[in-house]
Design a protein around this ligand. Sequence first.
Ligand code: AMP
Length: 213
Amino acid sequence: MNVIFLGPPGAGKGTIAKLICDRMQMVQISTGDLLRAAVQDRTPIGLKAKSYMESGALVPDKLVIDLLKERMSQSNSHGYILDGFPRTIAQAEALEKSRIKIDKVINFNAQRDTVIQRLSGRRTCKQCGAIYHLVNIPPQKENVCDKCGGALFQRDDDQPAAIEKRLVVYRQQTALLIAYYQKLGIESDVQVDGKYTLQDNVEHVNKILMGRV
Ligand code: AMP
């Protein structure tokens, strides 16, 4: 089963994808993680993507589509969760043209205040990519990853100006994909904030994937 996680930055897609993948032996593909690794390794794609990412803009479609296709060519019997891809109609169309079948699309809804609070407090492990939050999911030891002991850092694009830009980009380009997948009849919604905890969200997603919602 191949699944797309849609939703604004800061909705918790990456955190929920990691928990679901552990449980269902699926593989998470985060184009953001792939791009950050490419930037860190100074690959040709990374060098081109860096300035877009730092400002909160989208990386050009062709670069991201090539990166994704290469990653998805490695087969996996339990399927993928695509976290952060597609982000434009052109990317969704490229995915449709490829032979990759998408079974479900889960759209994570979150209020603006929630995503700003989450993004501005987010810390990420430099070594293993684990995600923390200064208030919501604090590490046991300040700035140190509980899982691997790596150093935690704040992403450049989690600074206020870049957060604002990412939310505008989401509204103008990525949110259009909700209607795109509704038309295909494979879209489901999950409200991530308000009275719902992370555990509630994971259970809800699990039910959707098992066809119980
Ligand atoms: P994320 O980790 O998903 O929040 O992505 C971080 C940044 O990587 C985004 O703000 C974009 O600059 C870039 N990026 C990630 N996925 C895509 C995508 N599918 N299309 C274009 N840019 C992307």
